[in-house]
Write a protein that binds this ligand. Structure first.
Ligand code: AMP
Length: 173
């Protein structure tokens, strides 16, 4: 069966964000036909949208999956709902946000799904954790994402804590 390496961006700034992201990673590890391969540290970041909201906790996970892109998106949206996702306003606070950043070498333009994720190159809270686990991460056209870090340096993010697959417990391989 064909498998793809897929990078997922996770973010939360409500209801114990650190635990939301850790539980989100465990839930990714438990998806059918899917293995959790690597996980970044947790990072904290200042909100990009409205400033009157708490800081975010962010991470990036690498999965290997047999799921199709839309099947994976459906699964991620179910996990967001399971986390009791609250969406109050555009770019506002949320319990758990799960984004497909890269899906193998695919470029996807679908009414529900755009990959590579349209904003990933502008967001340091995506690029830092992604490059931590995949320093050579690149777009399907071959462009190295490391080159985008320089123009995101003004954005405020900081290392929060290191995660390991072992520390995530028995759900992870
Ligand atoms: P957001 O506010 O980031 O949670 O956006 C959610 C919406 O973005 C959903 O309706 C998805 O169908 C859509 N979407 C488009 N591209 C992606 C992607 N790469 N990952 C996750 N959701 C996506």
């Amino acid at each position: 069966m064909l498998t793809n390496n897929v990078y997922i961006g996770l973010g939360s700034n409500l209801d114990n964000p650190e635990q939301q992201v850790i539980d989100g990673i465990k839930a990714l590890a438990a998806l059918p036909q899917t293995q959790l391969i690597a996980v970044s540290s947790l990072y904290a970041s200042a909100p990009i949208g409205p400033q009157d909201q708490p800081p975010f906790i962010n991470a990036v996970a690498l999965l290997n999956t047999e799921l199709s892109p839309i099947a994976l998106l459906d699964a991620l949206q179910t996990l967001e709902q399971d986390a009791g996702r609250i969406r109050t306003r555009h770019w506002g606070e949320r319990t758990l946000d799960l984004d497909i950043l890269l899906f193998g070498e695919q470029t996807i333009e679908h009414p529900r799904l755009n990959v590579p994720h349209p904003f990933m190159r502008e967001r340091r809270f995506v690029l830092e954790p992604l490059l931590e686990i995949a320093p050579k991460a690149h777009l399907p056209c071959g462009t190295l994402l490391a080159q985008d870090l320089t123009h995101t340096m003004a954005q405020d993010i900081w290392h929060h804590c290191t995660l390991t697959l072992d520390s995530l417990g028995s759900d992870a391989p």
